[in-house]
Design a protein around this ligand. Structure first.
Ligand code: MBD
Ligand code: FE
Length: 252
C-alpha cells in the first residue's frame, strides 16, 4: 500500500486538519465535541448534507476548471434529484393551489463545435412556490415541479413551470444548528436544477439563478453562485423567461 490515490488524498486531508488543529490550538474537549457532533449528524441522516454544504461546490469548481472552457459550467446536484420524473411535453405539472409566477425555460443544447444536440434528455427540477421539492416534502407527487424534456432536431427546448423561491436547506437538524452556531444563515437563492444527458456526451449537471434574487451572492452552500447562469430579469406575457443555452462535451 501507500503511494496510491487513496493514500495521497486521505493523507492530504489529514494534513490540513492537523494544520487547523495546531493553528487553532484545538482542545481535547473541542476535539471530543467535534466527534460527538459528527456522530449526531450521521444519526440524523445529515452527514451527506453537511459534507455537501462545505465541499460539494469545491468539487464542482474543480470539474469546471478541468473542463474545456467552452462547455457550460457545472453546479451542485443537491440532495433532491430524482431519476423517476416523467417526460413532459412543453409543460411541467404545477399545482393550482400553490399559485406562483409562470416561468418559461427555453434555449438549446449544443456541442463544443456549435452543432445542435438533438434528443438530449434534460431533467429539470425546482422548488414549489413555497420552497418544497416534490417527491421529498409534504407528499407532493413526483410528477409535479420536475420533468424530463427532450431536445428537438435543432437542439432546442422550451418548457413551462413556475418560479421557485429561495430555500433554506433543512435547518432544524445538526447542519442548520451548526450554521447557526457559526453565525451563518441556511438559505440558498432561488434556483432551477438541470441534468442533461445524451449518449456519447458527458453529463452536465448545473443550476440557473435569478438576477437580483435574494442570496444570489450569499448562498449558504457556496457563497457566490456561478455567474454564467444568473439570468437577467425578463418577463413575457406574465412569465419569467429564462433563456438558457447549454454546451455539452463529447465523452472522451
Ligand atoms: C437544495 O435544494 C440544493 O439545491 C442544495 C445544493 C442543497 C440543499 C438543498
Ligand atoms: Fe435545490
Amino acid at each position: 500500500m501507500g503511494n496510491n490515490r487513496t493514500d495521497t488524498v486521505v493523507s492530504a486531508i489529514v494534513a490540513s486538519v492537523r494544520d487547523a488543529i495546531r493553528e487553532q490550538n484545538v482542545t481535547f474537549e473541542e476535539y471530543r465535541a467535534a466527534i460527538g457532533y459528527l456522530v449526531k449528524t450521521a444519526e440524523a441522516g445529515e452527514l451527506p448534507l453537511m459534507i455537501d454544504m462545505f465541499f460539494n461546490a469545491t468539487v464542482v469548481d474543480v470539474i469546471n476548471q478541468n473542463a474545456k472552457t467552452e462547455t457550460s459550467p457545472s453546479d451542485m446536484e443537491g440532495p433532491y434529484f430524482l431519476d423517476n420524473a416523467p417526460f413532459v411535453d412543453g409543460k411541467i405539472k404545477t399545482m393550482e393551489e400553490f399559485g406562483g409566477q409562470p416561468m418559461l425555460l427555453r434555449g438549446s443544447v449544443q456541442d463544443t463545435n456549435g452543432q445542435p444536440v438533438a434528443d438530449a434528455v434534460m431533467d429539470i427540477w425546482s422548488s414549489t412556490p413555497d420552497g418544497k421539492y416534490s417527491g421529498i416534502h409534504d407528499n407532493i407527487p413526483v410528477e409535479y415541479y420536475r420533468g424530463k424534456v427532450k431536445t428537438g432536431a435543432n437542439g432546442e427546448y422550451s418548457v413551462e413551470s413556475t418560479v421557485p423561491v429561495p430555500y433554506t436547506i433543512p435547518n432544524t437538524g445538526p447542519c442548520g444548528h451548526l450554521l447557526e452556531m457559526m453565525g451563518k444563515h441556511s438559505w440558498r437563492p432561488a434556483h432551477v436544477h438541470f441534468k442533461i444527458r445524451k449518449p456519447g456526451f458527458q453529463d452536465l449537471t448545473t443550476q440557473a439563478y435569478f438576477e437580483g434574487g435574494e442570496y444570489v451572492n450569499s448562498d449558504c452552500c457556496e457563497g457566490i453562485v456561478p455567474q454564467e447562469f444568473v439570468v437577467p430579469d425578463k418577463v413575457e406575457n406574465g412569465a419569467r423567461v429564462m433563456d438558457l443555452n447549454f454546451v455539452i462535451q463529447a465523452a472522451a
